[in-house]
Design a binder for this molecule. Sequence first.
Ligand SMILES: [Fe+2]
Length: 363
Amino acid sequence: MSEPAVDDPRVDALHERMAEHSLGGHWQKKRRDPNPKLVPHLWPWETVYSCLLESGEVIKLGGINDAAKRRTVNLVNPSIPDLKATSRTLQMSVQLVKPGEMAECHRHTAGALRFVVEGEGTGYTNVNGEQMIMEPNDLVLTPNWTWHDHQNPGATPLVWLDVLDIHLIGHLDINIHENYQDARDGQGNYFGNASQPVLYPDGFCRQRFGPIRPRNGAEDNRFLPYTYKWAEARAALDAMAEAGERDPHDGVLLDYVNPLTGGATMPTIHCRVQLLPPGEETRPHRHSSSTIYHVVEGEGVTTVGGESSGGNDMAWTKRDCFFVPSMDWHAHRNASKSEPAILFSVSDRPVLESLGLYREEHA
Ligand SMILES: [Fe+2]
């Protein structure tokens, strides 16, 4: 963006001199708008999945720009393609671990979670020594600075959604990453391995920190490695649907809470799952958090935008992902008259809430 013409050479000279010294007048326009309005967007699963499988053929783990040795395809908001980001705070990507492969052990200050899409129940994420088995639609948390590696000892591909608060962490200048291989123990010896040892069986964290637990406290109970099993989430959705308990804006709605604090799933990311009964149409609302959805099952339409923008209909089907920006009105409709639709979603709501910036309006 060029500077508007000013009919005064003294002003031009001032602008030039300030620029030389990395200074700017508040009256000057930004050269480039770094904060364009994010747009709603839908990524059809068919396309995402075919690109992911193709990457499994042509992209070698640890190859181009891949210090983390992961094979992921990023969902990119069309408003900010240069940032390769789904939103300004969160990143959703899809990861593939082929049979016999491993994604090496590391840890980072970015908090992360996995929502399993495809797997036969033998693949797992090792989080701080617990072998967390990944069955379809399970949610696995790998919070800030927990060691994690992913293993697929099975015969079929393991595919999941990765969600990280990496863009928020980047804005805060605190993006630190460490590979297990290069880390040292208390005596200064390198760990030297690509994966960490399995120390605890699946379910260890649920037993230690779930609703029936020893009387203890985690060092910082906001950063809890944990797994939420789909069988339990689905049973709860069905029971609530049966009882007719519905949120007017989201249908049958469940929160994945931190079992120790009762609050958000993680300090920076909140997860929910909602069921829209057959034919359900929700009432519009909007809020200052932005949300990325994944269709667990069913098909429907999410309308984004108010009367002024005319509304943008995003028609979705099983496994599609879509984004609803902050402060955009939105409402969901289940297109089927006979089958429920289920949406898993992640949002940056805990960040907005902790800063006193969470707002919500109902139509
Ligand atoms: Fe990671």
